[in-house]
Ligand binder design. Structure first.
Ligand code: PGA
Length: 247
């Protein structure tokens, strides 16, 4: 029980470790359900994974991929959308079949239906085998923002101010970000494995709070300390404020 910690030298090492982990899950369970975050943290992991899959040739044809979250109202053609990110960095290079990919449709006029459909798919697959997630500057995972109800599954949320501000980095021009649609804390708690990726000094304070502060929904990532198989994979910079450092 708990959140184990792996500290590696740099972003490249974090990404290679994470890519190996995902690759092994794919090899062990070729029908796995894998939930993927977007953002800067997992970007190199996905590039490494693409390389490993192209060379190692595991059968990925039966893996189902779901998206962790999406910006409500942002079209999938926008390069800042989570949809665009996953297709560009992973699904297109690996030629994953459309029928194996389930992402929230953030333009849907029935977002509740999107949530129900996602939850039903996860139930049909007997749960998520692996979640690959980053951590926001406010401790969010996906769009599970500070104060989130830990009993939720998929849901629509008004974005935290920090998320709206930091999120601008993904977009070419200033973009009005108001709501998100996301997997919930229950999905995170019940996933077989969760990998939390963080690198860089900017994440060091929130990583310290996540690993050493109080377990509280004010810092949603602290829920990972209640998980049975969650691992934080950090570079030395993200880990630099931890009191107990494990390499
Ligand atoms: P990042 O985003 O990987 O781009 O830092 C993390 C997050 O907000 O979840």
């Amino acid at each position: 029980m708990g959140l184990s910690v792996k500290i590696l030298n740099d972003y490249k090492a974090v990404s290679q470790f994470a890519a190996d982990f995902i690759f092994n899950v794919i090899r062990e369970k070729p029908t796995a359900l894998i939930a993927l975050a977007t953002g800067n943290s997992p970007q190199l992991t996905y590039a490494s994974l693409v390389n490993k899959v192209i060379h190692g040739k595991p059968d990925v044809s039966q893996i189902t991929f779901i998206g962790l979250d999406e910006w409500v109202g942002i079209p999938s053609s926008d390069s800042g959308s989570c949809h665009h990110f996953l297709f560009h960095h992973l699904f297109e290079p690996l030629r994953i079949s459309q029928k194996r990919i389930h992402l929230f449709d953030a333009l849907s006029d029935d977002l509740q239906r999107e949530c129900i459909d996602m939850d039903n798919l996860i139930s049909e697959k007997n749960g998520i085998d692996l979640m690959v997630v980053g951590i926001g500057m406010n401790g969010h995972i996906g769009f599970n923002e500070p104060g989130v109800d830990w009993n939720l599954h998929s849901h629509v949320v008004n974005l935290d101010t920090i998320t709206k501000t930091v999120g601008q980095k993904y977009f070419d021009k200033v973009t009005n970000l108001t709501q998100g649609i996301t997997l919930g804390m229950q999905h995170i708690l019940n996933a077989r494995y969760v990998l939390l990726l963080a690198n860089g000094l900017a994440k060091s304070e929130i990583i310290k709070q996540t690993l050493e502060g109080e377990v509280t929904n004010a810092v949603p990532a602290t829920i990972l300390r209640l998980h049975t198989h969650a691992m934080a994979v950090l570079d030395v910079d993200a880990a630099s404020k931890l009191t107990a450092k494990k390499m």
